[in-house]
Design a binder for this molecule. Structure first.
Ligand code: NCD
Length: 324
C-alpha cells in the first residue's frame, strides 16, 4: 500500500489485514515503555489545515510508538496565514524529505492532489466532506474487537450525513465487512443520493430498534452555509439519541467531538453501551498499522533496504515488536 487516500482503495482482505496488524500493536500500548523500533529513521509529517483533537493526537502517538520522527504542522501560526498556497507549503515541507505525510484539509481531493507534488506516502486524515478512511478503519476495528465479526450486523448512522466525511467512508467500510447500513436524519441533512453507496435511507427513527449499533454524527455547523434545521431543539426532539431511544442491547458510537445535548444526550455518552472511548483507543492502533503499511511497502523518498518488511515477510502482522 503506497498511500491511503480513500476507503474505496481497500477490499475486505486489506481491511482485515490492517485490523489484524492493529490488534498486534495493542500489546505495545500495555507495555511500560510503549515503543517499538519498526519505523526508526523514518519521518512522518502531520499537516493539519483543520482543527483536530483525536485524529492529530493519535497519528502523532502512533508514529512515536513506532519510533518515527514526527513533525507537526498546523496551518494556523504558519506561513499559510501569510498567503502561502497548499502546493508551496507541501513542496517546502517535502524538502525535509518526510517519508509519510498525514494531511487534513477542508478541500475534497486535496490528499490525492498532493501525491503529485511529493514522493512521500500520503495518508488522508480527512479531506473536506469527502472521506476519512482511518476513522472508518478504527470504527471497524472497534466493532470487530467487541463483536468478533461484522457479518450481518445492522448499523444505523444518524445525523448530519450531508456534511460528514466520516459517513461516506464508514458506509463503504461497514458494507465491505458484511454489515447492513441505514443512514437516518432530517431530509435536509440526508441527501437521497447517498443511497448509491448501497445503504438504506430513513427520515425518522421509528425503525431504530432494529439496529445493533447506533452511530451518531456531529452536527457540522462549521460546514453549513444555511440553516438545515429549524432549531437545534427541534432537531434534538426528533433525532437525538438518548436513553429512551437507545435500547439495552444496542451499542453506541460517535467519531467525536460530541455536542452533548444535540445529537447525543450526556447520559448515553457516558453509559455502558457507549464505545466512544474504545474508538479513541483504537485510533492509535489503527494509525500505527496504516503508517507501518505505507512505509513498509516502500513509501517515502529514501526507504532503507533494511527497513521493516524488507526480507522479513511483510504479510506477518507483527514482524518487529521488539522493545526500542
Ligand atoms: C470527525 C471529523 O473531523 O471528520 N472527527 C474525527 O476525526 N474524529 C467528525 C467530526 O468532526 O464531527
Amino acid at each position: 500500500m503506497k498511500h491511503l487516500l480513500s476507503i474505496e482503495d481497500l477490499d475486505r482482505a486489506a481491511i482485515e489485514r490492517l485490523c489484524d496488524r492493529a490488534a498486534s500493536f495493542a500489546e505495545v500500548a500495555d507495555r511500560p515503555i510503549k515503543k517499538v523500533p519498526a519505523l526508526r529513521g523514518r519521518t512522518v509529517l502531520n499537516l493539519f489545515y483543520e482543527s483536530s483533537t483525536r485524529t492529530r493526537s493519535s497519528f502523532e502517538l502512533a508514529a512515536k510508538r513506532l519510533s518515527a520522527d514526527v513533525v507537526n504542522f498546523a496551518a494556523s501560526g504558519s506561513s499559510v496565514e501569510k498567503g502561502e498556497s497548499l502546493r508551496d507549503t507541501v513542496q517546502t515541507l517535502a524538502a525535509h524529505q518526510p517519508h509519510a505525510i498525514v494531511i487534513r484539509t477542508p478541500w475534497a481531493g486535496a490528499s490525492k492532489l498532493i501525491t503529485q507534488w511529493t514522493d512521500a506516502a500520503i495518508v488522508n486524515a480527512g479531506d473536506g466532506q469527502h472521506e476519512h478512511p482511518t476513522q472508518a478503519l478504527l470504527d471497524v476495528y472497534t466493532l470487530r474487537d467487541r463483536l468478533g465479526s461484522l457479518d450481518g450486523l445492522n448499523v444505523w448512522i444518524v445525523g448530519d450525513v450531508r456534511h460528514s466525511r466520516v459517513a461516506r467512508s464508514l458506509v463503504l467500510a461497514l458494507q465491505t465487512m458484511g454489515a447492513t447500513v441505514t443512514v437516518a436524519g432530517p431530509p435536509t441533512l440526508v441527501p437521497q443520493d447517498i443511497a448509491v453507496l448501497g445503504c438504506q435511507v430513513r427520515y425518522s427513527l421509528d425503525e431504530l430498534p432494529q439496529a445493533d449499533v447506533v452511530y451518531a454524527l456531529r452536527m457540522q455547523n462549521e460546514r453549513m452555509k444555511q440553516a438545515y434545521v429549524p432549531s437545534l431543539r427541534e432537531y434534538a426532539a426528533n433525532y437525538q439519541i438518548d436513553s429512551r431511544r437507545l435500547g439495552a442491547r444496542q451499542l453506541l458510537m460517535h467519531p467525536g467531538p460530541v455536542n452533548r445535548g444535540v445529537e447525543l444526550a450526556g447520559d448515553v455518552v457516558d453509559g455502558p453501551r457507549s464505545l466512544i472511548l474504545d474508538q479513541v483507543r483504537a485510533g492509535v492502533l489503527v494509525r500505527m498499522a496504516v503508517l507501518y503499511e505505507v512505509l513498509a511497502s516502500g513509501g517515502g523518498p529514501s526507504t532503507p533496504a533494511s527497513g521493516p518488511g524488507r526480507g522479513r515477510g511483510t504479510d506477518h502482522p507483527n514482524p518487529e515488536l521488539h522493545p526500542a
